[in-house]
Every structure is written in C-alpha cells, then in structure tokens.
Ligand binder design. Structure first.
Ligand code: ZN
Length: 564
C-alpha cells in the first residue's frame, strides 16, 4: 500500500479508553504467565498499531500541508485528547510494575523496561492533564506560525527553508538582503513567539510542581528517559566541549573569515565556507534519489531493503512547498512497518547530509527494530537514536562523489567543520534551557540577554552587532525543539561526539566500523546509552580524554584537507 492509500480513521477518546480498560482487566486478571504476556502484547499492539499509527499519520499529513483544514483539525483533536488517554496508559504501567509475574516479565523483557517505565511514570499524574493540553496547543501554535511564513524576496515568495539557501550565496549583498527579509519577518513575529514561550515556561513550571519535581529541568530529563547519566555529567560534558571544541572551531572560523574575505563573521556569513560557493548537490531530486538507491544497495542488504521499500511506497516527502512545515524528521507507522521521512530540499548540501542520510539513519534503525519485543524498546531515547542518524551521515561518505561530483572534497570539509560548529550551538541551547527552566519567572528580555551571553561563551567568533533579531539575542527562537521537545538538543551533541568516533573508525577500516554500527543499531533501545557504548566498545563522550582525542582527529583531517 502506498502512503496516500493508508486510511486515516480518528479513534474517539471513549473508544480508546474503553479498549484499554478491557485490556487492562485482562492483564490484571491473568492467571498464568502466558496469559499475562499475551495480554501485554495485546495492549502494545493496540497502542502502537492503532492509536500511535493514526496519531503519526495525522501528524505527517498535517506537516506536509499545514493549510489542509482536515488534518489541522485532527492535530487539534490529538493535542486536546491525548492527555485524556494518558491516565489509562499510566495505570497499565502501574499494573506492569506490580504484576505478580514481575520476575518472569523481567526475565522475558529485560530489566531496562522497568527502569524506563519507572522514569516515564514520573512524567504524568491526572492533575496535569489540563496543563498538557495547554502545552500541546502552544507548541502547535509555534509550529504553525513558523510554517506560515511567506516572504517576498527578489520578486518571489519563499518559505523559511527556501530562503536558507541564500545564506550560502558568495555575494555578501545578497546574503545581507536575504537576512533582512528573513529576520525582518521574524522581528514582526517575535513578540508573538516570546509570548508563546513565556506561556510554555509557566505551564511547564506548573507541570513540574504538580509532579513534585524541583523544577522542569528534572521533568525534562525524565521525559527524555535519561536513564544512565544526570545533570552533573551533562554539565561536565558541556565544559569539555568548551575546552576541546571551542578553540578548534574558533581557529576554523578564523580561516573561513580569510577565505571568504570578511572582517568579522556575521550571522549571514556563517554558512558560506568558500568564496566560490559551497558544495551543492548536482542534478534533480530524481537524480539524487536514483543515486541514493544505488548507494544504499551497495552499502548493505538491510539498507537496500529499507530504502527500496520506502521509495516504492512513497514514504519520502522531501520537496519543499508553500505551507509545508520547516525542517526534517523521521517517524514510524507501526501498523505498516513503515518508516516515513519528511524533509525540505533546498538545493544545498544539507539535502544530502542533513536530510537524505541523517533521516535515513533513523528510518533504517526503526525498521531494524521492528521485531523487538516489548515494542517500548523499539522506541529508543534520543541520545541513542541520534547516533543511528548522525553516524549514517558519515558512513555514506564513500558515495558522496555521486551527489557532489567535483565538489566532493568541499562537501567533506563543510560537513565535518559544520559538525564541530554545531556541537557548540547544541550545548549552548542545552545550557540555555537549563537556566530558563530553573527560573521560569525570567522575562523575555532576560532570556534574550542570556542567549547573547551563551553565544559569547560557545560561539565567540560570531559578530551579532547591528544585526536585527540575532543582535537582540533572539536566535534561539528559530529552534523548534526549544519549543516542542525541551532538553532534546543535548542528544545531538552527545550522539555527535560518538558519531565522530564512528567516522574516525570508518576511515581506518570501513567494514569493521560498519559492523560495529550495525550491531549498535540492531540493539536499539535494549540497553541504556552508556551500556550500549560499552557493549559495542565505543568511547563515552562523558570522558574528557575521549573528547580531546576525537577533536584532534577531526582537526587533523580538516588541517590536511584545506581547500582555498
Ligand atoms: Zn535526528
């Protein structure tokens, strides 16, 4: 069945709750271990194959066309109704935790399920249901506002994603003009965005209070199922990044400045790496797809299987259009064993590095995990999931010539240099969120001031002076996860460092590195982040020496592969 033929049927809250109640009774009253396992399987099948599949389907169809009224109304329904479905989910988990068959279940499932469910239980109580509805409504409001951008530039109308491409134009006047158009639109919306975030900070503080947490930072860690490290370790990791990565990126930016002929790097200079232009994929989207098919064919039998399945069933929506949401993501429709990739191609190298390879890493991992039982272990926390995706960006390097032709060397340089620079942005956003949720009473201008200070700490080369929006410390307002997925961003940095180790290993021995990555991915969420790295013998990003080693390795490559 092709994606467009998948039928969408909205389940009612009453129906979902009635089905789950019945399943819960069966689960509670199981007389034998077999009955108990069977009942739990039924519960999961219903949740993943019916409820979450329909929810995801509505989400995908809404994001590919936010002007479609039908699916916009469906998202309103899910925003409003999903908190009303939560109490029974929590009750089922309670029964699982206290089951008379717990010892047998732990043997069958492994103990991690119980650790994860203990953490998830901390994120819900009946009293927060109304607050969750408000939170859902506000995050949707932000996403719809950003997707609504229709900006006039050079006599044409663009969405934000399309405008991004002009930040790589070798002509500085064009970059400046596009920045004025882009940031001008953001300036018009900024008060609205700040008000949304302010309400989010307050409602999240309320949720944390009702859950009995110190603040929403604690809640955010539980929501992200951080089961093997704490706030202190994350802080040390950020410090390690300041010590080992900031000096390297500062040096790289100094060289970039000279290469592109500017006195200081303004936000609209940051993306341009070479004075004669960045690496761009050659050919049409069809050419890109046909090379991707060849690449995943040659890579391994499982990548071939997943890519072909997705392409043959229209499970990739990558062309940018008016009204389409910005960014990219991968999601999974359990009922059809179908990963789905959403992206916005804009003719830059990000189409390959950020969309086609990154999101495919997620899709491949989702598909490989499809038979793991219980299903809750198929859905891995972001720290592990982002390794699946970011390492895939690097494992596709040997095939990049087919996408970039003679620009291939430039692509390697840009990909790796940007990867290091992004680590800094990622930890800055993480630190920002810690402060913001520790002090939910902060005003919008205090939040903006804080962001400016953090940019000074983590991205000291950036010259924000006289730049509207960015100069006022508002750049964080462009990052959707700050609104939709609090505390997710550090996952990219942790996974980014581990993926660099995979990159270094793949350059020494591709086959051996691939086997390690393949094994890592097939284990999905059956172990914690820290345990999984130990299991396959990958260095932990929490050890400062590892961070230094890998930073040196990346620096060596960039230094030896300089391009004018
Ligand atoms: Zn990702």
């Amino acid at each position: 069945m092709k994606f467009n033929d998948i039928p969408y049927v909205r389940p009612t809250v009453e129906e979902v709750n009635a089905t789950r109640s019945k399943q819960l009774e069966k689960f509670k009253n199981a007389m034998t271990f077999d009955e108990c396992i069977h009942a739990y399987q039924e519960i999961e099948n219903y949740s993943y194959n019916v409820v979450y599949t329909m929810w995801n389907l509505a989400y995908i169809r809404h994001t590919i066309d936010t002007t479609n009224k039908f699916y916009a109304a469906e998202i309103d329904f899910w925003d409003e109704s999903s908190p009303e479905m939560e109490p029974l989910v929590a009750e089922i988990t309670e029964v699982l935790m206290h089951s008379t068959f717990r010892a047998g279940l732990e043997k069958e499932f492994g103990s991690l399920v119980f650790l994860n469910e203990t953490i998830r239980l901390k994120t819900f109580c009946d009293e927060i249901a109304p607050d969750l509805k408000v939170e859902n409504r506000l995050t949707s409001e932000y996403m719809n506002l950003i997707a609504s951008a229709q900006i006039e530039f050079n006599g044409k109308t663009y969405n934000l994603e399309e405008l991004e491409a002009y930040y790589r134009d070798p002509n500085r006047e064009i970059r400046l003009a596009v920045n004025n158009a882009y940031r001008g639109w953001m300036c018009e919306k900024t008060l609205e965005i700040e008000s949304i975030f302010d309400q989010l900070a307050k409602v999240r503080a309320n949720i944390a209070k009702k859950l009995g947490h110190k603040n929403f930072v604690e809640t955010g860690y539980y929501r992200n199922v951080r089961n093997s490290y704490d706030q202190k370790m994350v802080k040390q990791f950020r410090n390690g990044i300041v010590e080992h990565i900031v000096p390297i990126v500062t040096q790289l930016k100094e060289e970039q400045k000279n290469r592109i002929g500017v006195a200081t790097i303004k936000p609209y200079d940051d993306e341009l790496m070479f004075i004669d232009g960045n690496a761009k994929p050659t050919g049409t989207p069809e050419d890109i797809f046909s090379h991707a098919r060849k690449m995943y064919q040659e890579m391994s039998s499982s990548t071939a299987e997943v890519w072909n399945f997705m392409q043959d069933h229209d499970l990739l929506d990558v062309i940018t259009r008016p009204g389409k949401r910005t960014g990219g993501y991968q999601t999974y429709l359990s009922a059809y064993d179908a990963p789905f990739i959403f992206a916005n191609f804009n003719g830059t190298s990000e189409d390959i590095g950020g969309m086609l390879t990154h999101e495919f890493g997620h899709a491949w991992a989702s598909y490989l995990a499809k038979d793991i039982f219980p299903k809750s272990l198929q859905y891995v926390p972001g720290d592990i999931a982002e390794i699946h995706a970011i390492a895939m960006e690097f494992f596709t390097w040997p095939w990049m010539e087919g996408f970039f032709g003679e620009d291939c060397e430039k692509y390697y340089y840009i990909h790796l240099a940007n990867h290091l620079a992004w680590l800094l942005y990622e930890v800055a956003l993480d630190e920002f969120q810690h402060h913001v949720y520790e002090k939910p009473e902060m005003t919008s201008s205090q939040r903006n001031q804080l962001w400016l200070e953090l940019e000074g700490k983590y991205r000291p080369w950036l010259d924000n002076s006289d730049v509207p929006f960015d100069g006022e410390g508002r750049r964080w307002q462009l990052q959707s996860q700050t609104f939709t997925l609090p505390f997710y961003y550090i996952n990219y940095a942790l996974a980014g460092v581990v993926s660099l180790s995979f990159w270094a290993k793949s350059r020494q021995n591709f086959t051996a590195a691939w086997e390690k990555y393949d094994r890592f991915t097939r284990l999905a969420g059956t172990k914690t982040f820290v345990e999984l790295l130990e299991e396959v013998g990958m260095p932990s990003p929490f050890v400062a020496d590892n961070l230094k080693l890998i930073a040196d390795e990346a620096w060596k490559f960039l230094d030896e592969n300089k391009i004018k």
